[in-house]
Design a protein around this ligand. Sequence first.
Ligand code: M6R
Length: 607
Amino acid sequence: MCGIVGYIGKEQSLPILLNGLKALEYRGYDSAGVAIGDKGTITIKKAVGQVKVLESSLATDHPIQGTIGIGHTRWATHGVPNELNAHPHSDCKGRIAVVHNGIIENYKELKTYLENHGHIFRSDTDTEIVPHLIEDFLNKRNNFDSALFDALKMIRGAYALVIMDAENPTTLYATKRSSPLVIGVGNNENFLASDPSALIGKTKDVIYLNDGEVATITSENISVVNIEQQKTSFEIVRLEWDLEQSQKGNFPHFMLKEIFEGPEVVRSTFRGRIKSEDNLVKLGGLDQVRDKLKDTKRILILACGTSYYAGLVGEYLFEEIAGIPTEVHFASEFRYREEPFDEGTIAIVISQSGETADTLAALHKAKEYGLMTLSVVNTVGSTIARESDAGVYNHAGPEIGVASTKSFLSQLTVLVMIAIYFSKDKSKTQLILEELEKIPEKIEKILAQSELLKKLAEKYNHYEHFLFLGRRYNYPVALEGALKLKEISYMHAEGYGAGEMKHGPIAMISPDFPTMAIVPHNSVSEKMMSNLEEIKARKGTLFAIATEGDTTIASLANDVFYIPKTIEPLEPLLTVVPLQLFAYYVGTQRGFDVDKPRNLAKSVTVE
Ligand code: M6R
């Protein structure tokens, strides 16, 4: 959840670290800090709040010089967000500095041991045991490398760690277990980051560290060993993201920019992968396992949050288009299942970041069951992408806004293509492909009406509750619309299948509890209309998302936003867009920083 950066080279490290931290701020923003090494000493500076607070406090102090440094932006797990708990953390003598993402599970017993051996702790964090533990081993045997490895062998849990030693001023040490960490390979300089987006504009060449590996990094050299200190090989991967994609451009927020990228994201997700004239889907990532997939009889989809809702749409797609029974599980719950899976069951994990701890744990569980695992991931080279048997990348480009928007569209697009890939009855799939090609233009039409949604948001932004209703393909969209609104505007919002409304939520309906009804013209719209009548009969306020040309809805709903017509399986690609924009406008009108909603982090790397 937190962000890590590191630099070693010939440049002053502070500006590089601050820029990297700003790029990572979407991962956590309670507090931030840097440690800079120079002439055998390490200077640590920290501040509570966003990176800009740290930056301005540094601007008033003497600039810290040094061409080696590490930085961190924090999302608190152990200990409140304050300066003492902010990273980097240090040992008693101030020789070692450490930044950490994840949770050290056995920190309590290690802390007790260290305190009994005279170590003085300054913070409430689990992280602080790391520099003290290394120091403890150094006190016994003055060899930094062996102290580091002895310490690493004692800690349990999930971590990405970057470590500096004042007495080795030309070296950074990095290691990870179940928490992402990449090395950016430069020219006479090297970088470290918990997320490759912090490296954009610096280098496109990265090395993804594997669990248990320890890297020793100087400006000219990178060596990687396992915990037994045996050399391991590594691969340098080229990233295709560019600087422009990671900047806001003329948009006030990343979230708005990313919603407006929707049409291009859908195009780039299907580009080169579909040929509607030949009724063909080609997914290169699945080629190597094509034969094994032929006998797929059942699909499990495992994901969290927005990716889980994309999975719920996938369930309808796989069953209708491919005729394969499908179930979707919260990744965080899947691990508790003890179900015997028949041969022919496969698992598809969906994750924008490719690093979500719960999803990764579910992937591991699926592997324990002996299932073939596929992934739908946006971040190239991420842990889930590497650890699954095969997969399909989203090609959505970096998503910086904490609220997932464009990645949802690209996930839906990938799931449509996978459903067609699995389909044995090709009689319906050509029409779906032809229609998929028209979706970007239809999203553009919706985006062109953004001013209308802004005005409608003004009318609704004072409410404290919102119900979102949909049926069939639009039931998951109702869940996603409610999630977007609550995480961005802090308005209480609930998503329901419209048929479920009368089994409980209808008790809440009143003029002060408006309903967002997703009611495009389709096979279930008549049933939706009956549910909306029930709301109207109880004086509920209704805002409807409906199909252009629908003449009946306006007499029922207080407000209607019209979207272009498409076929039912592709509706979520259109219906979600006004809900994303609505959440954006309500959130900004209520005065919130929608790119950094409170308590959230982009990539949830703790379970
Ligand atoms: O990176 P992932 O897709 O695995 O993330 C899963 C959820 O944390 C994520 O979708 C979250 O719900 C959204 N950012 C909310 O907008």
